[in-house]
Design a protein around this ligand. Structure first.
Ligand code: DGJ
Length: 374
């Protein structure tokens, strides 16, 4: 027995440091968890905490994309081998709950608040049997990364506040969406760019659909979401405890029709990769950069190159993970949706490389995390 202890200690040390050999990612292939079952964490994001990665995502069923289970959580030491941690936030059996079973609960993201010690989850919420009309954000909190999370409530953010980049003239304009029998005319575009929908939703709060969260180097956190009927993204500052919005927010790419926002920062510059709005069908990714999170944001060409670049390799972005402890190592995560069999949707994870300080995404049938991120 005396000899076994050091062997076990050495084995567990190797395991905890991660495998020295290849860590292979196969985008688009089934991704078995510790029980051999394809990971069920769609539209997800990753939290890195205490040397463990936590992957949160939407549980999807065989027939429906609606939330009948809740937000799932998987943990990993190396980003390749994932242990199913179960349901971090279950939907509710209470028919009066905002997150009652059968609601739409998408794109959950979790951040850690160093001041309060809490783990805070935000997600896109659509109320039961209301299609995508509610356009709300749900907020949940936990003392432990894998949960269980307690649902705090949902809202349309920033009610009663103007965006920092909307002029007084734009705030006071009186034209409304009802003045336009048709969308997409030049006049409608101008009115949209000038904040017609922001004005419409000023009192009740801004629409909030596809979303991500971002914690900046100074600990300030931001909620970035598709607003204004998916026509304009908003970036909104969160309170110090991350549990609410402060009311400070800015519009990004007015009228640009973006969703699926994913953000990262490199050399002091912010990068935002988004998609267009074509439901579950893929489209070309878009890239924006800014020197301040409040903008101005500049659009660049599609960051994807090669075959299927115009379809983001038949996927839609969801999150960008800065790989901890590595310089310039960013992992792009996307979903290849399969709405006829939602549970079977695949994960497209690709390393980001940089050309002239701009991100480039290129397809790999398989790639090695250890090779890509040295
Ligand atoms: C595209 C969004 O990015 C997804 O999260 C989901 O809301 C689908 N649209 C629904 O059509």
């Amino acid at each position: 027995m005396k000899f076994i202890t050091p062997i076990i200690a050495l084995a567990s040390l190797v395991a905890s440091c991660g495998s020295p050999g290849p860590l292979v990612v196969r985008p688009g292939e089934p991704w078995p968890d510790d029980q051999g079952v394809h990971v069920n964490a769609h539209g997800g994001g990753i939290l890195h905490h205490d040397n463990t990665y936590y992957w949160f995502g939407e549980h999807k069923g065989e027939r429906s994309s609606a939330a009948w289970v809740g937000v799932t959580c998987y943990s990993s030491k190396n980003l390749v081998d994932w242990t199913n941690e179960g349901v971090a936030l279950p939907v509710s059996t209470d028919t009066l709950s905002d997150i009652r079973a059968g609601c739409v609960l998408e794109r959950p993201k979790v951040i850690h608040n160093k001041k309060t010690g809490k783990f805070v989850m935000y997600f896109h919420l659509e109320l039961f049997r209301q299609g995508y009309a509610a356009a709300r954000v749900g907020i949940a909190v936990s003392d432990r990364p894998a949960g269980p999370y307690t649902f705090l409530g949902s809202c349309r953010p920033c009610a009663g506040y103007w965006p920092v980049n909307m002029t007084e003239e734009q705030q006071k304009a009186t034209v409304t969406p009802a003045d336009f029998p048709n969308w997409w005319t030049d006049e409608w575009r101008q009115a949209t760019n000038d904040g017609m929908f922001t004005r419409r939703d000023f009192a009740g709060g801004q629409m909030s659909r596809d979303m991500t969260l971002y914690v900046d180097d100074d600990g300030k956190a931001y909620h970035i979401y598709a607003s204004e009927e998916n026509l304009t993204l908003h970036v909104a500052e969160l309170a110090d405890d991350y549990l609410s919005h402060t009311g400070k927010y800015a519009r990004i790419a007015p009228g640009g029709h973006n969703e699926a926002p994913a953000i990262f920062k490199r050399k002091g510059r912010y990068f935002l990769i988004t998609s267009g709005c074509t439901g579950w069908e893929p489209n070309a990714a878009r890239l924006y950069t800014a020197e301040s999170i409040w903008g101005p944001w500049t659009e660049h060409p599609n960051p994807c190159v090669g075959e299927d670049a115009r379809l983001t390799f038949r996927s839609q972005g969801t999150f960008i993970l800065p790989v901890p402890g590595k310089r310039d190592a960013f992992l792009f995560m996307a979903d290849r949706w399969t709405p006829r069999l939602p549970i079977n949707a695949r994960y497209i994870w690709l390393p980001i490389r940089f050309e002239n300080d701009l991100p480039v995404l290129q397809w790999h049938d398989q790639w090695d995390l250890n090779e890509a991120f040295r």
